[in-house]
Design a protein around this ligand. Sequence first.
Ligand code: HEC
Length: 174
Amino acid sequence: VADGYKVVSLHWQSDGSIVERDFLSGFLGGEKLLGRPVDIAEASDGTIFISDDYSGSIYRITARDAGGAAVSSLTMPQRQGGAEESGLASYTPEQRRSLAELGKSAYQNNACSSCHALDLSGSSASAVPLVGLAERYTVAELASFFTAPTPPMPVFPLNAADREALAVYLLARP
Ligand code: HEC
C-alpha cells in the first residue's frame, strides 16, 4: 500500500511518549494520487510552507485565532511537458530511439519495476507510479535525480550514459 503522502505533527507528551496527528492529508485519494509533500519550511511569523512536487504547488498554512488552520495553495507554473522544453528535442529521432532502447534495458536490468509501475492502470498498490514525469523533469533533471534519488529509493550504480538513457526512456514514453 502506498504510504506517506501526508504531513503529520508529533506531539511530545509529559510522560515522554509521542503522539502523531495528521497535519495535512488528502494527497492520496484512493487509487488517485493528488500530490506528494516533499519539504516543509516555517517562516518567522509561524506560517508554514509545504512544497508538493507532484502538483507543483506550495501550500501556505497560517494559524487562525480559533485554533484551526487556513491552507491556501500557491500553484507553480507548470511545464507543458513538450519535447521542446524537456530537452528531448535536442536529439534526433534516431538518437532518441536508441537511447530509449538502452534506457529500457537499464530499467529492466536494475529491476526498477520491483518498486515502480509505468502507468496507473492495473498497477499494484505498492508500486510508485512513474507518471507525469515530463511535466516535472527535463532529461537533464531526471538524469541527475538518479545520482541522488529521494529516499527510500536506493542509489543505483549507473554511469552517466545509463542515467541519460533512463531519463530519455521515461520521458519519451507517450
Ligand atoms: C526499492 C524500491 C525502488 C527501486 C528499486 C527503484 N525506485 Fe525509483 N523510487 C522509489 C520511491 C519510493 C520513490 C518515491 C520517492 C518519493 O516519494 O519522492 C521513487 C522515485 C522515483 C522517481 C521520481 C518519480 C517522481 O514522480 O518524481 C523516478 C523517476 C524513479 N524513482 C525511477 C526509478 C528507476 C529508473 C529505477 C531503476 C533504476 C528505480 N526508480 C528503482 C523506489 C524505488
